[in-house]
Structures are given as C-alpha cells and as structure tokens.
Design a protein. Structure first.
Length: 476
C-alpha cells in the first residue's frame, strides 16, 4: 500500500519537476602541450563529467611534451559519464594526435590535418627521431586507443613509427583490411588470390598524416564539420545548451611563466649567487627568492611539484641562513643550499623522481631538465660576475650627489710609518675579509684586504704587501 501511495505522489509531482537541460561543454587545446594544459584539461573534465554531458575539445596544436600528453590521455580515458569529442580546427600533430585519438569521437574541419607522432629530440643537427626504445611504448598506447574507439590499430601505430609500409586490401567479399608487408607475405596463396585490390596507405619510411577527407575514408573522423553546430546536428545534440570552459587567468599566467621559466631561473640564480657573495641579507636575496619562488610555485600549481620539492627548498633556506649568519663566506653550507635548490627545480619540472624503465622519455626529460637548470646556473654565475664588475660600481651615479669632483686615485704615500704597519707584521682578523675587512695588532685596528679569498673572523693573518694606504694580507 505504501508503494502505491509513493507512486501516486510521484505522478502528481512529475509535471512540476524541472529537468536539467543536457549540456555541451566546449574547451580548447591550442599551443604547446605542456603541464599547464594538462591541468586545464583536468579542470574541464571535473566540470563536465556528468550524465548525458558532452565535452568538445577544439584542437589546434603541433604537440609538445610527451609526459603532458600522456597525462591528458589518462584524464580523458578515466571519465565516468561525459562523452568526449576531439574537433580538429586546424591541426592535431604529435602529442595533439595522441590526445585526439583518446577522445571518444573525432571530427575535423575541412582542410585540417592529424598525425605524425614520432618521438623526436633536438640536437646540433636539428630534430632527430628517437629509436625503438621510445617508439614501442607510444605505439602500444596508440594501439590501445585505436582498439578502444574502433580505429584501425595498424594505421594508428603508423603515426609513431615509419619502418613499416601499410597496405589496404579488399577481398572478393568487399572486406577491407589494413596489413603491413610482413603480414602480407604471410598470406597463403589462396588468400592472396582472394585480394581484388591492394593500395599503399603509408609508404615505408613515412609517418601517417591525414587531412580531414583521408581521416574520414580511413575510419578515424566521423565527419568533416565546418562548425560545432554540424557536430551537434550529426549527434542529435541540437537541444543541448552550450557552455564554454575558458582558461582562467591563473592558468594563463602559469602557461606564461612556463614559457619564460628559463629567464626567471637565470635572474633568480644570479641574484642568489650575488647575495651569497655580499655581506648580510639584502636586495639580491629578496629578488632571488621571488624569482625562484615564481618558477617553483608555478610548477606546484600544475601538479608537478610535491612535498619532496618543498622539503628541499626548506632545507636550502636553512642552509643559506647558516651560510649568511653562522658561517659567513661561501663554503659547504652555501654549496649545499645551491645543490638543494637545483635538485628541487629539476624535480619541479617533472612529475616523477626516478625515471621509469617503462617510460624511456622520462629519462630524456630528466636529462633535459638537468641541462636546463644547471646550464642556467652557469649562465647566472657569469651574469653575476659581469654585474659585479661592470654594472654595480656605476649605480652610484644614479643617486644624486653631492659628490667630490676631485679624484684621489693617483694619491699615495711611500712612508710606511704613516700607516703604522710593515711587511711581515702579523695580527688577527677582527672581521671576515670578503676580501676587505679589519685586522687588529694589539689594541690597534687596521683596514686591510685579502688577495681575493675569504678569510674568516678570528684567523691569524700576515701583512704581505703595502701599496700606499692599501694593506694586503694573507691567512697564516
């Protein structure tokens, strides 16, 4: 009886229930495929993964980082409800093709292209295709996505590797198959006689790249669509409301930071080196921390950095404090701080600590990140030396006077008695010499300089040269 009453109440309330309109969400994958784009796609899925929803990804990219592309693929293939559609508006090359095939359906605007996903590396001779070790796992991923969405697996693999020619054969029953040369050679004489047409789709030594017409003929694209309205019409989605998911200002900012990360690293590292060579903690240290912090937290925002990197940065700050306030100079603490920062920055550009043997591009990515960070550190060291020698001594001219116009550069004294010191005199460093500082002999205090090396406070020193009022000492 209770069930009958509940059913009657449901019939009464049905006319007053407002049903949510089905929704078509529209996002964009354009520019370089990199970690910030992966974070953007993940947010699109979080918003759109609802029953009866559709997500259309407008694609215009030459590709980018393999790890970022694979992360996007994992996000797209783990959805629960939303139907994903790749809509190539200009091109989907390299990692872009991988992402397009990960979607549930593919549509292409007329005169657009898709394909060519061979892993490459740039050296002095230009782009070079990586070997079988790199191609094999990518082929497996393309093959898996092709089987999932009903694309010809052999053609999908031909986007990655160019060693095999791929043929289209049609038998007497008008069945269409795609085979490579080895499979064709393995056909029996009867099977070969049954073939009425054989056509080369991908010649040996070439990668598969298709325009919209070819992609339709080969079973990849559903339709050459001039607009999203054409896709809606083909899928009977005309009554669906359209919601655009745009990049937020923070996502755009992070992508911008990533594009200039090398410059930010250069400035940050140069400033930190100059801070370590200067007494106390001042402007250079603040500038260095700000620029390095921008780079690091941009990577943290897109999910590349984790707790390990935060711990390394914290350890670097502690070591730097020891270097500046406890053990002044440039010693083990300073070098250790720089090492921690370098390792943290290298790890912040990737989402792994140790490269996996199953993903060989991770090793190459770690090498590239190490070269990027360590190369930038060397350039920062050179830049800091140039600034110390050329720029900083001239900054006094920026500040208004009054200044003395008379120069004492040529003034000197040959009477050592006016200084109260002689060559061979020994004393104690009253302050750290970096290289200038003070020494004491008895109760007398003198301004002295070292030969360029750092001499800690309290060290025994000896006068080795006197030139005018300039007293040069060395540590005993």
């Amino acid at each position: 009886m209770q069930k009958i009453i509940q059913f009657a109440m449901w019939l009464i309330l049905v006319p007053f229930i407002t049903w949510a309109d089905p929704t078509v969400y529209v996002g964009s994958i354009s520019g370089d495929v990199e970690p910030a784009m992966a974070a953007y796609v993940e947010r699109m899925i979080e918003i759109s993964d609802q029953p009866d929803a559709v997500l259309i990804l407008k694609m215009d990219t030459f590709g980018g980082r393999v790890d970022a592309g694979l992360k996007i693929v994992d996000t797209l293939t783990r959805t629960r409800y939303v139907k994903t559609i790749a809509y190539v508006t200009d091109k989907a090359i390299s990692a872009g093709a991988l992402i397009a095939l990960a979607c549930d359906s593919l549509y292409m605007r007329p005169h657009t292209t898709i394909g060519d996903c061979a892993p490459i590396i740039y050296d002095t001779d230009g782009p070079q295709m990586l070997g079988e070790k790199f191609q094999s796992p990518l082929r497996a991923k393309f093959r898996s996505l092709a089987k999932k969405n009903g694309y010809p697996p052999l053609l999908a693999e031909a986007m990655v590797s160019s060693e095999k020619a791929v043929y289209q054969i049609i038998d007497t029953s008008q069945n269409v198959k795609y085979i490579d040369q080895h499979a064709f050679n393995d056909l029996t004489e009867t099977q070969q006689k049954d073939i009425v047409q054989k056509r080369t789709i991908v010649p040996k030594g070439e990668l598969l790249t298709m325009d919209d017409t070819e992609a339709y003929e080969l079973g990849f694209s559903k339709l050459s669509a001039n607009s999203i309205s054409d896709i809606q019409g083909d899928l009977s989605l005309d009554n669906y409301q359209i919601i655009n998911i745009e990049e937020t200002w923070s996502e755009k900012m992070v992508r911008g930071i990533y594009s200039i990360s090398s410059i930010l690293l250069l400035i940050g590292m140069a400033a930190m080196y100059m801070e370590l060579k200067s007494p106390g903690f001042g402007l250079f240290g603040i500038v260095g921390l700000i620029f390095l912090g921008i780079v690091f937290f941009a990577q943290y925002f897109v999910g590349l950095s984790d707790h390990l990197e935060l711990l390394l940065i914290g350890l670097a700050i502690i070591l730097m404090g020891f270097e500046i306030f406890v053990f002044p100079g440039f010693g083990i603490s300073g070098l250790s701080a720089i090492g921690c920062i370098a390792v943290a920055l290298i790890l912040s550009f990737q989402d792994f600590v140790i490269p996996s043997p199953d993903m060989p591009w991770e090793g190459q990515l770690m090498v590239n990140n190490s070269i990027k960070v360590l190369g930038t550190a060397v350039l920062a060291w050179i830049l800091s030396i140039v600034l110390f020698r050329l720029f900083i001594p001239r900054t006094a001219k920026i500040v208004s006077g009054p200044y003395l116009n008379t120069s004492l550069a040529n003034a000197h004294s040959t009477d050592k008695s006016t200084i109260g010191l002689d060559i061979g005199d020994t004393g104690i460093a009253r302050s750290p010499l970096r290289p200038s500082g003070k020494m004491t002999i008895g109760r007398n205090i003198f301004d002295v300089v070292s030969q360029g090396e750092f001499i800690p406070k309290g060290s025994d020193v000896r006068v080795i040269h006197i030139k005018g009022s300039r007293v040069i000492v060395k540590q005993l």
